[in-house]
Design a protein around this ligand. Sequence first.
Ligand code: HEC
Length: 137
Amino acid sequence: MNPNAKRLVLTGLVLLLPAPFVVELTVTRAAPPLRRKAIARPRSGQQVGDLFRNNCARCHGADGRGDTPLGHTYKTPDFTDPEWWQKHSNITTSASLVSIVSHGKGGMPAFGKKLSHAEIRRLVGYVRRFKNQKPSN
Ligand code: HEC
């Protein structure tokens, strides 16, 4: 390569090189807030309380008592009532409850297609915790 051509190539490089850097800087500056947002609310990472409020509370009530208009219509159980758990001890293993929620029962629709197995398992654990929440009055 003759010296002139070499200089031309070098000048070209010097002029062209910064361009990708500038683009990259702009991109990395703009990207973090978007990424953070995506991490904060992935569908599968929904908190179990949100899952319950979004899918179950319209019948079961946010407090698990079934004290809602739909809950009354469908005779939804009161999960805070220890007697309900005692009377239904034949179906209250986690496996049975997961199966019931997946396939539906009586007035309750099937959730097996809408929610993942893992989500339903977590919801059953959440429902179980209502048992100890009956106020003492
Ligand atoms: C449309 C109203 C409705 C919705 C929505 C609903 N349920 Fe139910 N659920 C019922 C009714 C009614 C029963 C009682 C079924 C029966 O015993 O015949 C029930 C029963 C249950 C039971 C106890 C099983 C049993 O045999 O009684 C569990 C656990 C349960 N639901 C969990 C859930 C979860 C978790 C969700 C949300 C993913 C949910 N339900 C959404 C109406 C509903």
